[in-house]
Design a binder for this molecule. Structure first.
Ligand code: ZN
Ligand code: ZN
Length: 303
């Protein structure tokens, strides 16, 4: 093992000209750690912490700048410093509690499933399709698990914590009961594991990037801001903050995480507009039913 991480980086960069920068850095990390279990565990832990809090930071700054209020979905509900601080402490504590075990167990599991940690990485095309698959599966899992969490005792003893903030802000994305963190977390980590089990062809770098994308999605959905340049304005089936903010505001409906199709198809969209269109549809259905029964009656009478 070299003395410092920088020494290792120098050696790896010099000896592996055929690799790209990300691959060289990845190899440097594993060479430097010289212990794959710890290297994978810490890589996951640090990636989670850096990406989660790093992505929350711009939202915390935006909350402080009045100019951005015009795009705040619930403009009268700006989180106070105290709320942000309490939420931060709670999320940090839950991260340490929930992630202590996976740090030691993740790499042995990767080895069992044939999840590769070697370089070079798979192609970007392969990774892209795997991301799409994980997004779709996670969204499905999230929809049904979240709907279940809104049922009586599950809500009372588990999910209620996440609904403490009726107007969410970035940090609240993972502000939840440990049971919820683990069960909804299955949607993020569980499907890549199942995929690896069946295909025996998944790279840890793909999982790492997927976790980063999912963290971006979760934090942004809780940001409380809907900008003209927000993704759902370009991709209509993307959920985004506008979708999830309504869930926190009205407590029912909009259960999915990344996409709108489950809530749309199963008629569980939240908010006054969705309620109105649901009522209109119901009224039209009733009117059609009435007209049909009257038609039937007049036919019977005329016989
Ligand atoms: Zn909920
Ligand atoms: Zn939420």
């Amino acid at each position: 093992m070299n003395n410092t991480f920088i020494d290792t980086v120098h050696v790896v960069f010099k000896e592996n000209q055929h690799l790209n920068v990300a691959e060289k850095l990845w190899k440097s990390w594993y060479d430097y750690m010289d212990n794959d279990i710890l290297a994978t565990g810490l890589l996951f832990f640090f990636t989670h912490e850096v990406v989660y809090f790093g992505r929350c930071l711009p939202w915390m700054i935006i909350d402080k700048i009045p100019y951005f209020r015009r795009w705040k979905i619930q403009p009268s509900n700006i989180p106070s410093d105290k709320e942000q601080w309490e939420c931060l402490k709670s999320v940090l504590l839950s991260h340490f509690m929930v992630e202590a075990l996976p740090i030691w167990t993740f790499h042995p599991m990767c080895q069992k499933l044939g999840i590769s940690v070697s370089v070079p990485f798979p192609s970007w095309t392969k990774m892209f399709w795997e991301f799409c698959l994980f997004f779709v599966l996670e969204d499905c899992w999230h929809y049904w698990a979240h709907r279940l969490f809104h049922y009586g005792p599950f809500y009372k003893y588990v999910h209620k914590q996440h609904h403490r903030y009726a107007a969410p802000f970035g940090l609240t994305a993972e502000y939840a009961h440990p049971v919820e963190v683990m069960s909804l977390g299955f949607g993020t980590v569980g499907f890549p594991i199942i995929y690896a089990y069946f295909t025996r062809d998944l790279h840890l770098f793909t999982i790492t990037c997927w976790v980063c994308l999912r963290l971006f999605q979760a934090v942004d959905a809780h940001s409380g801001y809907d900008f003209p340049w927000s993704l759902h304005n370009f991709i209509p089936f993307w959920a985004g903050a506008e979708h999830h903010d309504l869930h926190h505001h009205y407590f029912i409906g909009n259960y999915a995480s990344s996409f709108r199709w489950w809530d749309y198809t199963l008629d569980t969209e939240a908010g006054p507009e969705a309620k109105k269109s649901r009522e209109t549809r119901w009224r039209l259905k009733q009117e059609a039913k009435l007209a049909k029964s009257m038609e039937k009656k007049s036919k019977t009478d005329s016989k």
